[in-house]
Ligand binder design. Structure first.
Ligand SMILES: Cc1cc2nc3c(=O)[nH]c(=O)nc-3n(C[C@H](O)[C@H](O)[C@H](O)COP(=O)(O)O)c2cc1C
Length: 353
């Protein structure tokens, strides 16, 4: 179908399908929407719901053991016959074993996250026959990952929830999309509506990855209080963690502000004061700072401790208004994109009159 030929809703859906054809084909799905893996949230129920709704669910392995991952993959298969992927964090001490589990369980797609993946891990995922997806926080890294054999990239901007880089999604998309035309790229970070998805598809993305928008899915096992925090949260409440001293780096994590965030600042000052007084060496002080958040995401997501737990959320949290079935969230996204195309076609027509 040629540009500007949108007459009705069917045309609009076909245009979206055409724009996302590469992503849909790669993942084997109806809609090129990846449910970004979220530790504790992206377990069997949400992953299966996203895949059953025509998107691509991705299991978050987080700190699971290989045995637990195997159980979760099998349990997800019980809930969906559709394809889904597994997200592995590259710093996981059992990364090699987790990759073997994915191979043994015939996982069709592995996303290597949380850093630049080691070549050995990338090679093994490919040997096992899975589609390999990596994160590219800058163009040189995108090029390196392509050379090392990724089948697709995720480009995630600073608006995203969880661990973040410094650059906005819109800028990364401009930096990377035009320069890697032969590699499917999924854009992530700050996408909460279909119009934004459409704009990245029109820039050349193969699809989009959304996390925050799926937290309040009816099928998500996140605690009702965690979901309420998302429903109440505005974009400006989802802020990166604060580092008080450059000598003690803090990995930036975007999360809703709560008592935990405030205590983290106090805790950093207290640890650094002990280091200054000679009570701790630099390494021990750094470790204490890093351990502050241990278990905090689980406490928030599973136990509903929204005061001191970690409320990882992206800026698109302001667009989350209610608990909704996953299929409705995906339908809304596609309909918003289709409405935008229809509105544009109507405006073009009236301008031509
Ligand atoms: C609660 C939460 C946990 C997350 N955990 C992970 C994770 O374990 N691995 C990962 O690669 N990304 C993780 N992310 C990032 C998401 O997979 C996704 O890329 C991101 O949410 C997309 O941006 P958005 O939140 O603006 O939609 C997490 C995000 C959130 C909100």
């Amino acid at each position: 179908m040629s540009q500007g030929a949108i007459v009705d809703r069917g045309d609009a859906y076909r245009r979206i399908a055409m724009l996302s054809a590469r992503g849909r084909k790669l993942l084997g799905v109806e809609h090129a929407i990846l449910g970004g893996a979220m530790t504790w949230v992206s377990e069997r129920n949400l992953v299966a719901a996203i895949s059953n709704a025509g998107g691509f669910g991705v299991l978050a392995c987080g700190s699971m053991t290989p045995d637990l991952l195997r159980t979760e993959i099998r349990a997800t298969r019980e809930l969906t016959a559709k394809p889904f992927g597994v997200n592995l964090i590259v710093m996981h001490p059992a990364l090699a074993d987790l990759i073997e589990v994915c191979g043994e369980e015939n996982v069709g797609c592995v996303v290597l996250a949380g850093g630049i993946p080691p070549r050995t891990a990338m090679r093994r995922v490919k040997e096992l026959g899975a589609t390999l997806i990596g994160f590219a926080p800058a163009l040189p890294i995108a090029r390196k990952l392509i050379r090392d054999g990724v089948d697709a990239l995720i480009v995630e901007g600073t608006e995203a929830g969880g661990h973040i880089g410094p650059v906005a999604t819109s800028v990364l998309a401009q930096e990377i999309l035009p320069n890697v035309p032969d590699t499917p790229v999924f854009v992530a970070g700050g996408i909460g509506r279909g119009e934004a998805m459409l704009s990245y598809l029109e820039m050349g993305a193969a699809g989009c990855q959304l996390g925050t928008r799926f937290v309040c899915a009816a099928e998500s096992v996140a605690h009702p209080d965690f979901k309420q925090a998302f429903i109440k949260g505005a974009a400006r409440d989802a802020m990166p963690s604060v580092q008080v001293d450059p000598r003690f780096p803090v990995i930036p994590v975007r999360a809703l502000q709560n008592e935990g965030q405030r205590k983290f600042i106090e805790a950093q000052h207290a640890v650094i004061a002990r280091w200054r007084a000679g009570e701790l060496d630099q390494k021990a002080a750094q470790l204490e700072i890093e351990h502050f958040w241990a278990g905090a995401l689980r406490r928030a997501v599973i136990d509903g401790d929204v005061e001191s737990g970690s409320l990882m959320a992206g800026q698109s949290v302001g667009l989350v208004k209610e608990v909704q079935p996953t299929a409705d969230i995906i339908r809304n996204l596609i309909d918003e994109a289709a409405d935008a195309l229809i509105r544009r076609a109507a405006a073009d027509l009236s301008a031509a009159d």
